[in-house]
Design a protein around this ligand. Structure first.
Ligand SMILES: NC(=O)c1ccc[n+]([C@@H]2O[C@H](COP(=O)([O-])OP(=O)(O)OC[C@H]3O[C@@H](n4cnc5c(N)ncnc54)[C@H](OP(=O)(O)O)[C@@H]3O)[C@@H](O)[C@H]2O)c1
Length: 492
């Protein structure tokens, strides 16, 4: 039986793309499951004038097509209200405050307030400051802030934003969204590691040769060109999603599976990430930008992109952790647009046996053993596989790689909540496990800023990869120079 969360949600950016595509459907799922019921209401805000009824129609449209019992969507939409509001105008918050107090009484939210900022990041600080100045936080019940990415453009701007938010909310009240942390298989990293002796006891530099994380996108920038051209793959994907995944792979076992304990370990892991000098960064990062393909434009010719843009649409990097567990083990990461396919996977490559008795000259065999690889498939498939060496059936003695594979059934996948549904629920419950803390974000920016500064002044040789490939040749060379290769490569 689901426990009902009593809360009044204030959504800034209620008419926006994210709200309509992701947030309302996620809330509807929580409503269908009973996590949201009678005692919740949402006050949506944007500058445009909309009546409550118009807004409810917008919400109904965004949940249209989702399965529901008769009348359920209509009953859900009745919890939605709208207030035309310009976040930069302090006087508008007075009206907001009044409406929130009325709705709180009407729905019995018991002073529980969740403020969700789903709009352009330059407004995040302003909203938080006004919430305090105009006294919108309650004395009874909880006050929480959910905030969308991006969290800053570099360490300095992220710190400034955090300082602004901190004037109104303390760290325990802030939930910074990284939707990768809401994905089933990213959460499964901890179950796999800390629930299995055979995995965790090998999870260190004695047995692991290297770890690879790939977030590959098939699409280009589409309608996000304006935003993306100011951001690039380093800021848009590596600083946040990749660093969060890497932190979970690298962290020590938490004392218990609580948000506080997990946070402590993730922060500790990121503290031991080696921050490169500029010349080390230049050697350990690769950037790319896609050119024209058979039937696609080059990035520089996309609508909304500067024709001389030096924004990277691909990034690969080698990360090193200077601690007892990981010393000497590279974490190779990469992400990019217009690559061969859309998928996210983690490949953990184990060391080969110290002695390969099957390659012994007396066996007159040319073969050699493969590395064991544990692959975590994050998406589109959810599951994992373990590559082992086994004897090939038949006469003679040769070995071949075989995969033990587990993929979640379609049924299980359908039952898995979407990231936003999961994260909304976590925020309503006050559970921080799947949100990024300020300290994690700060370490990630400090790591990334070194290369960003370098790339901002050095002219790259762009474009340097073809759509449908796995990025520039330099990405393969990054591993080849260490005598390694990407586990996932084309013709894989
Ligand atoms: N869209 C996505 O898929 C996606 C994915 C990941 C993260 N995000 C993040 O989510 C946030 C929202 O993105 P989005 O794509 O939904 O943005 P969007 O479609 O541009 O929506 C922005 C919203 O803000 C409102 N707004 C703009 N200026 C305002 C002001 N001065 N006062 C009050 N309201 C104002 C707009 O409505 P009015 O014009 O009526 O004011 C609109 O409702 C951003 O931080 C983005 O980075 C989005």
């Amino acid at each position: 039986m689901a426990k009902e969360n009593k809360a009044l949600i204030t959504l800034f950016g209620a008419a926006g793309d994210l709200a309509q595509r992701k947030l309302y459907p996620s809330l509807f799922n929580l409503y269908k499951k009973g996590y949201l019921a009678e005692h919740f209401a949402l006050l949506g805000t944007s500058r445009r004038p909309l009546s409550d009824e118009d807004f409810q129609q917008m919400v109904l449209k965004s949940v249209n097509g989702m399965e529901n019992e008769e009348g359920q969507a209509q009953a859900f939409a009745k919890h939605f209200f709208f207030q035309s509001h310009d976040v930069t105008k302090p006087e508008h918050y007075t009206v907001l405050k009044q409406r929130l107090e009325e709705l709180d009484k009407q729905f019995g939210a018991e002073g529980n307030r969740l403020f969700y900022m789903s709009m352009a990041p330059q407004f995040f600080g302003t909203i938080a400051l006004n919430l305090k100045k105009q006294d919108l936080l309650t004395k009874d019940g909880f006050n929480r802030l959910v905030i969308e990415k991006p969290f800053g453009r570099d360490y300095e701007s992220a710190k400034k934003l955090n300082d602004e938010l901190s004037q109104t909310f303390n760290e325990n009240q802030i939930f910074r969204i990284d939707h990768y942390l809401g994905k089933e298989m990213v959460q499964n990293i901890q179950a796999l590691r800390f629930g299995n002796t055979i995995i965790e006891s090998l999870w260190n530099n004695r047995y692991i040769d290297n770890i690879q994380v790939t977030l590959s996108e098939k699409l280009g920038v589409e309608e996000r060109a304006g935003y993306y051209d100011q951001s690039g793959a380093l800021r848009d994907m590596l600083q946040n999603h990749i660093m969060q995944i890497v932190a979970q792979l690298a962290m020590e076992q938490p004392v218990a599976f609580t948000d506080t304990d997990v946070r402590v370990e993730k922060i500790k892991a990121l503290r031991s990430l080696r921050v490169y000098t500029p010349s080390e960064a230049a050697a350990n990062f690769v950037r790319g930008q896609y050119g024209a393909g058979d039937d696609t434009h080059a990035y520089r010719n996309e609508d909304g992109v500067d024709p001389n843009s030096i924004t990277e649409t691909f990034v690969a990097a080698k990360l090193m952790f200077d601690n007892y567990r990981w010393s000497g083990v590279p974490f190779y990461v990469r992400t990019g647009k217009k690559l061969a396919d859309k998928f996210t996977r983690i490949d953990v490559v184990f060391k080969k046996p110290l002695i390969d008795i099957f390659a012994n000259p007396r066996m007159k065999s040319e073969q050699s053993l493969n590395s064991n690889v544990l692959t975590i498939f994050v998406e589109p498939n959810s599951g994992f596989s373990l590559r082992l060496n086994a004897k090939r059936a038949g006469q003679g003695f040769t070995t071949e790689p075989v995969d033990l594979k587990y993929l979640q059934s379609d049924e299980a996948k359908n039952e898995s909540p979407e990231p936003y549904e999961r994260l909304f629920h976590d925020a309503l419950e006050g559970n921080h496990t799947n949100f990024a803390s300020w300290a994690e974000i700060a370490y990630a920016w400090k790591f990334v800023d070194v290369i960003r500064k370098l790339w901002d002044i050095e002219e790259p040789q762009f474009p340097n990869y073809t759509p449908g490939s796995m990025g520039p040749a330099a990405s393969d060379e990054l591993l080849a120079r260490d005598g390694r290769q990407w586990v996932y490569h084309l013709n894989h």
